[in-house]
Design a binder for this molecule. Structure first.
Ligand SMILES: [Zn+2]
Ligand SMILES: [Zn+2]
Length: 113
């Protein structure tokens, strides 16, 4: 039993997620989307984001929205960064760690095409 992450605790794994995903997000942003990394890290700690995140996780109901596998720990991914701070429910999805990593790899690949 190595999976000791508690899905009830919103900040479990957050620092880790910021480290992994934050860097990927930054590299996937176009120069037009001018927000700086420090702002994004601060943003992830706001009550607003916690609320958006918790609702996305609740909607996923314990299943990754991408691969549909059950996952005790879901990460919330932005489908678009255009409404940061005022996201629509459809702007974010809760997905498992594996799918999240793939999503960001995919985004970076698309930027290079
Ligand atoms: Zn998945
Ligand atoms: Zn993401």
């Amino acid at each position: 039993m190595t999976d000791d992450e508690d899905p009830e605790e919103p900040f479990v794994g957050l620092a880790d997620a910021i480290n992994r995903v934050g860097k990927q997000i930054i590299s996937s942003l176009s120069p037009r989307e001018h927000f700086v990394p420090e702002d994004y890290v601060d943003y992830l700690l706001t009550p607003h984001w916690r609320d958006v995140r918790q609702r996305a996780i609740k909607r996923a109901n314990g299943f990754c929205r991408k691969c549909r596998k059950p996952s005790r720990y879901l990460e919330v991914h932005h489908l678009t960064y255009h409404r940061i701070g005022a996201e629509l429910e459809s702007d974010v999805i809760a997905i498992c760690r594996q799918c999240h990593d793939l999503e960001h790899l995919e985004q970076r690949r698309k930027k290079r095409l």
